[in-house]
Design a protein around this ligand. Structure first.
Ligand code: FES
Length: 85
């Protein structure tokens, strides 16, 4: 299971956390990956400059997402992790 933690802290909320969550969820539904990928809301990930801040599983690396780069992020990072599982 790949867990995507999307920050919903105040800085990220203002930059559109919920839009990013909705977008991720729609990609997951579209690709029928609901059993393999889980989107979770997280509290401040400590890197507010990257709002909307997103982390995969317990990885240290924080990605900065917005509505426009979410598809690319999914294909580049999440899809690869799913394929490794
Ligand atoms: S509010 Fe999102 S990383 Fe701090």
């Amino acid at each position: 299971m790949v867990e995507i933690n999307v920050c919903i802290g105040s800085a990220c909320h203002l930059k559109g956390s919920y839009d990013v969550i909705k977008k991720l969820q729609s990609i997951i539904d579209e690709k029928k990956l609901g059993d393999e990928v889980l989107v979770k809301a997280a509290f401040c990930l400590g890197d507010c400059m990257k709002a909307v801040a997103v982390k995969i599983n317990k990885d240290e690396k924080i990605f900065s997402l917005n509505i426009k780069n979410t598809d690319e992020y999914f294909n580049e990072y999440i899809q690869k992790k799913v394929n490794q599982c």
